[in-house]
Design a protein around this ligand. Structure first.
Ligand SMILES: Nc1ncnc2c1ncn2[C@@H]1O[C@H](COP(=O)(O)OP(=O)(O)OP(=O)(O)O)[C@@H](O)[C@H]1O
Length: 240
């Protein structure tokens, strides 16, 4: 006799890495930069955020890194309420992110190697354990022979590649990248896109802010667009 049929179990809901609900934000000198933004980034998703210069892409990333607080609405990160996180609790959220800032934010008193290794050191990983991984990542972004240099000796594109290596080194759950290919040539932009795609395939949630709509479309990621402070899903193909 066959066993009794069980009703199919409900599929487990996809955990959300990011949820914004009705988020608004403005600077004192520039109110209304972001208006009524609602956005869910499911765990393991890959999105490009596009929009004209000044449309608020970096500002939206600053809200997600908890560098700014929304003036309206709510933010949840990794399933936890994060709208008004006190300063002492922000590092706990930030350790789960790899952030690539438009201005790179490298530490000039540390070598290229030590900049790339920083997120692992902060997690208490011993140099003997992370050394080969850091060397491999630096080689991947074309900085294998620059490990002993200081960031001040790097070109703009090299600094950008180091900032990317540092952000992805600790395999964060969420990568937030602000114009990560803005200073590199097209071949390197494609290589870096492959790096983000590969991390995404391994489960990392990725959000890239970029002017480069062509790169965004080639990426296979979902496209979001900011226009006049409002967010919309961009069409999958360029308008004819
Ligand atoms: N710290 C600040 N104080 C006041 N206004 C600001 C500040 N930072 C940004 N803004 C303004 O907010 C708006 C959005 O800026 P933001 O940098 O988020 O745009 P963006 O889409 O990232 O632009 P870009 O593509 O040029 O980097 C702009 O009008 C900008 O001038």
């Amino acid at each position: 006799m066959p066993p009794p049929r069980r009703p199919a179990a409900d599929p487990a809901p996809t955990p959300e890495t990011v949820r914004l609900t009705g988020v608004g934000f403005g600077y004192a000198e520039r109110p209304g930069v972001l208006r009524d933004i609602s956005l869910i980034l499911p765990a393991g998703s890959f999105h490009f955020l596009t929009g004209a210069s000044g449309s608020g892409k970096s500002t939206l990333l600053r809200l997600l890194t908890l560098s700014e607080r929304p003036t309206e609405g709510r933010i949840a990160l990794f399933g936890e309420e994060a709208t008004a996180v006190p300063a002492r609790d922000r590092p706990g959220f930030r350790r789960r992110m790899g952030v690539i800032f438009q201005d790179f934010r490298l530490l000039d008193h540390l070598s290229v190697f030590d900049n790339a290794a920083l997120p692992l050191r902060l997690r208490g990983v011993k140099p003997a354990a992370y050394g080969p991984d850091v060397e491999e990542m630096l080689a991947w972004v074309g900085l294998g022979d620059r490990a002993g240099d200081r960031p001040t000796a790097l070109s703009g594109g090299e600094k950008q590649r180091l900032a990317i290596a540092r952000a992805v080194m600790s395999r964060p759950e969420l990568i937030l990248a602000d114009e990560p290919t803005g200073s590199v040539d097209p071949a390197m932009a494609e290589r870096l896109l492959k790096l983000f795609q590969s991390l995404n395939r391994q489960g990392t949630t990725v959000l890239i802010a970029s002017h480069d709509e062509a790169l965004a479309r080639r990426s296979g990621a979902r496209l979001l667009r900011l226009t006049d402070g409002r967010l919309s899903a961009a069409p999958a193909t360029a308008a004819a």
